[in-house]
Design a protein around this ligand. Sequence first.
Ligand SMILES: Nc1nc2c(ncn2[C@@H]2O[C@H](COP(=O)(O)OP(=O)(O)OP(=O)(O)O)[C@@H](O)[C@H]2O)c(=O)[nH]1
Ligand SMILES: [Mg+2]
Length: 345
Amino acid sequence: MLLRLLPRLVLLPSTHTSTSTLLRPSRFPRRLSFSPRLSALSHLAAPETVDQSDNEGEPHGDVQIKLPLDRLFVPPGETADAEQSENEGASHGDVQVKLPLDRLFVPPGATVDAGNQESVSARVLKGSNIVLGPYARGDAQVVNADFVKSSVRPDDCPRDGLPEFALVGRSNVGKSSLLNSLVRRKRLALTSKKPGKTQCINHFKVNDSWYLVDLPGYGYASAPQEARTNWDEFTRNYFLSRENLVSVFLLIDASIPAKKIDLDYASWLGQNKVPMTLVFTKCDKRKKKKNGGRRPEENVETFQSLIREYFGAAPPWIMTSSVTNQGRDEILLHMSQLRNYWLKH
Ligand SMILES: Nc1nc2c(ncn2[C@@H]2O[C@H](COP(=O)(O)OP(=O)(O)OP(=O)(O)O)[C@@H](O)[C@H]2O)c(=O)[nH]1
Ligand SMILES: [Mg+2]
């Protein structure tokens, strides 16, 4: 059972939530204070950010939100309580979804008014649990993107202090492909069917004002043990020392069942207070497979339920495909709000 394999250390009681736990360690002076982990995350998704005064009849923490079906991932089974809209005139398949508020990622500066369902509905990014807040700006779209440099040590990385987002995940999960999808270029970052293609920290400058960082994958079994360990250490050092790292985007293959190595990685990021967004990749691969045979939505839900056990609240997550470009605009909006918040604080 995967749960038993996860380190117990990362489980902290939500009572640890306090303003002080949201502050970054002093060596990360500019890191976002809303690290999606443990107590920090529980603060963000906690009812204190939610005005439930008009919703006294609802069970604690739940809200009836009228959402177009295509705007929200409804986990199969237990959490979805969807029924056809009573509004016969609705043309977009609107449903009443019983969505626990603590499964939403509410960014700093944003509040969720449980009494205003239309407003919440309009602000949840499609295929995600991410609420769009006031820091998302018109700068979300990519106008230009350029390769800047490959680094073999964290110290070699660009030093201009621009905000950056790092794509990390198992070899072959689709990091370089996602980067290409985000910047609408086919081969800006090199991709391959063979794992282990990306072998350095690669910085790409976007709109001359922020970076996307393509990292080597972890868990590549064919590499010599020593090399694997070094890359792992190298990447983790970068996460811990990079002051202008706004958030890590941890990519998880949604076409296969959850893997221990990915759950461990998410736990490690949480333990080390590295801000994290879960990006589920390959959501276009919908055919049933002999091994597991589960749909991406089911794998996404399973992964989150395993993470939930070890986090105070749900981290931001989003479903994507670099083949169909699902989630591209949504990720860019999410990056925009993280970036603009980071720049102002
Ligand atoms: N169907 C599908 N295939 C994808 C998707 N994203 C990536 N792939 C394929 O997965 C393989 C690996 O993609 P890469 O982007 O090179 O993966 P990576 O994570 O950068 O791999 P490393 O650099 O080796 O760590 C390629 O054959 C891609 O075409 C996706 O969203 N859907
Ligand atoms: Mg790559």
